[in-house]
Design a protein around this ligand. Structure first.
Ligand code: S3P
Length: 168
């Protein structure tokens, strides 16, 4: 396998699954948000607060482009990558895996996290708006959709590894 990208909503498990998968498959792993924080020397929340979402999206797009065609890489993208870049660019990755979970599960996992888009009064409404916009974008960009609700990380990874070889 040349490379793989994990996409999905905030809290879908891209970072945890990506890290575990990279061990199983002996591939490199990059978490885009962590890489952005390192490069900017600020947390994602600080970038949103001081430089704005537009700026964050620009950095996200530039960073994404720098990984195109990188051999042996598993990339955990930020949840908004489907809005930052075209599906066509995402599909240049050999395998595109969309991690999915129920709304309740995603909200539970992201509760009390420092995710700027969800640090709002009406999280429920914002969640629905984002999901309305993104669900079909995730689906259209992906080769494989994996449900993660109530599943252990190890089992999610095994499922991906078993399924991934059927994707051309
Ligand atoms: C975002 C998701 C976050 C991070 C930023 C914006 C989004 O990443 O990139 O807060 O637009 O969905 P995770 O999906 O890793 O939480």
């Amino acid at each position: 396998m040349e490379n793989m990208i994990l996409i999905g909503f905030m809290g879908s498990g891209k970072t945890t699954v990506g890290r575990e998968l990279s061990k199983m498959l002996k591939m490199d792993f990059v978490d885009m948000d962590a890489e952005i924080e390192k490069r900017e020397n600020k947390s994602i929340k600080e970038i949103f607060d001081s430089d704005g979402e537009e700026y964050f999206r620009k950095i996200e797009r530039e960073l994404f482009t720098s990984y195109e065609g990188r051999y042996g890489l598993i990339l955990a993208a930020g949840g908004g990558i489907v809005e930052s870049v075209e599906a066509e660019a995402i599909r240049k990755f050999d395998k595109v895996v969309f991690l999915h979970a129920t709304k309740e599960e995603l909200l539970r996992r992201t509760k009390d996290s420092q995710r700027p888009l969800l640090m709002v009064d009406d999280v429920d409404k914002v969640f629905d708006e984002l999901m309305d916009k993104r669900q079909s974008l995730y689906e259209n960009a992906s080769d494989l959709i994996i449900q993660t609700t109530d599943k252990k990380i190890k089992n999610i990874c095994k499922e991906i590894v078993e399924m991934i070889w059927w994707i051309y």
